[in-house]
Design a binder for this molecule. Structure first.
Ligand SMILES: [Zn+2]
Length: 414
């Protein structure tokens, strides 16, 4: 058994060394990808470019319209490694030599993820992989309809016998050189709530003759935090934020007959999702009735909770240590990532790669027009994916996890 662990450790050493040799080219590729960003659903030529880079390494087939998928290594249960393809409608302000023009920007680091996956796959040539790798170039992470959901619905996971899915995301909340891995909830489920109110319009001087949707929608908006407090245990992070509130047409003295509220609902325990929405619905309907108006409340279901498999997280942590990468506090947030569709389907792992810079120009938040990970992020993301693969391969091969065993140790056959 430990023989197999030592074989994996040897693979880790060789793969990591081959990866180092790929990095200069991968960093140049990252700059080119950064300079030519594409919005969600329009990533076709990014996929074409990466397909050329991976010619002779992996045969890629189209998936989810603009994406691609391919497999290397032996048959049987495989580990999927995912890189997202899309950029954001953000006007870049980084001032980088390879900055994008035209109001579209890789402000979420997906350029880094693509270059890292490419480098890791190129570095795998000639290695005897014990468990297959399924490379996924995923479109539409940033927008609906989700690319991950399409891929799942297409039956891609079954078709390629995907046992585990691994992804790594750059993060400004983690120090450069470190990777944060944690088991359990990582990102929230993200649903949208829409409340449409219908009342009776009227004159602002005679509100008693109308049914005032402005007062009703305002009360509903301010009551929402109280509903969260009453419907969800304070030990389970949950939040509802109102992002849009519309009523009226610009007049001061006209009471509008309609109003609309849009909110995002974030929950971290799958069991809270339905009851919280139902509590909002009940409150909104009751509140609307109290004001003589009528509420229609709808939920648009978004991503499920992103849960990291605890065993994979421990395994990856140990492999990172063996590869010489520092650990960091697990990242958890009420943000959302459609990787959660994968983690909902099979035990999976999302790692966060540090791109925090301190000092005079601190790294801004993801999606900020000045967000720009350094060159070193490409190798760091690739190593995080490698650690995730090794942890998942251990699981597929049925190797019991040995915490903290040093790289290359022979162990004793037993
Ligand atoms: Zn992202």
């Amino acid at each position: 058994m430990s023989v197999a662990v030592s074989q994996l450790a040897e693979l880790a050493t060789r793969w990591s060394a081959a990866l180092e040799r790929q990095l200069p080219a991968a960093q140049r590729l990252r700059e080119q990808l950064h300079a030519a960003p594409r919005l969600s659903g329009h990533e076709h030529d990014v996929t074409e470019r990466l397909t050329r880079e991976l010619d002779g390494v992996v045969r890629l087939q189209p998936v989810a319209d603009a994406g691609a998928i391919g497999r290397v290594g032996p048959r049987g249960p495989a580990v999927m490694l995912r890189a997202e393809l899309d950029a954001l409608p953000v006007a870049e302000l980084t001032g980088a030599r390879f900055a994008a023009a035209g109001g579209v920007m890789h402000a979420c680091g997906h350029d880094v993820h693509q270059a890292a996956l490419t480098a890791l796959l190129r570095a795998s040539v000639g290695l005897d992989l014990p468990v297959g790798v399924v490379a996924l170039l995923q479109p539409r992470e940033e927008a609906y309809p989700s690319g991950a959901l399409d891929i799942l619905r297409d039956g891609v996971l079954q078709q390629h016998e995907v046992a585990h899915v691994i992804a790594a995301h750059v993060h400004p909340g983690v120090p450069v050189g470190a990777v944060a891995v944690g088991g359990g909830f990582i990102n929230a489920a993200a649903d949208e709530i829409e409340v449409r109110l219908a009342g009776r319009g009227g004159h602002g001087g005679y509100p008693h003759e109308g049914a005032d949707t402005v007062a009703a929608i305002a009360h509903i908006a301010t009551a929402i935090p109280e509903v969260v407090r009453r419907a969800v245990s304070p030990l389970n992070p949950a939040i509802i934020s109102v992002g849009t509130l519309t009523a009226g047409d610009g007049a001061a003295n006209v009471l509008p007959a309609e109003a609309r509220l849009l909110a995002t609902m974030r929950t971290t325990d799958p069991a809270d999702r339905e009851p919280l929405f139902e509590a909002v619905r009940a409150m909104a309907e009751g509140m609307a009735a109290a004001f003589g108006t009528r509420a229609e409340v709808e939920r648009v279901e978004g991503e499920p909770v992103l849960v990291n498999d605890v065993g994979l997280a421990q395994g990856a942590d140990d492999w990172l240590a063996r590869l010489g990468v520092d650990g960091a506090q697990p990242m958890r947030s009420l943000g959302a990532d459609d990787f959660s569709y994968f983690s909902d389907a099979v035990p999976s792992l999302m790692l966060f790669v540090g791109v925090e810079t301190a000092g005079e120009s601190p790294q801004p938040a993801l999606h900020h027009p000045r967000f720009l990970p350094g060159d070193e992020a490409v190798g760091a993301v690739a190593h995080a994916l490698l650690a995730g693969y090794l942890a998942a391969a251990e699981r597929v091969l049925g190797i019991p996890h040995h915490r903290g065993e040093p790289a290359g140790s022979q162990g004793t056959a037993s």
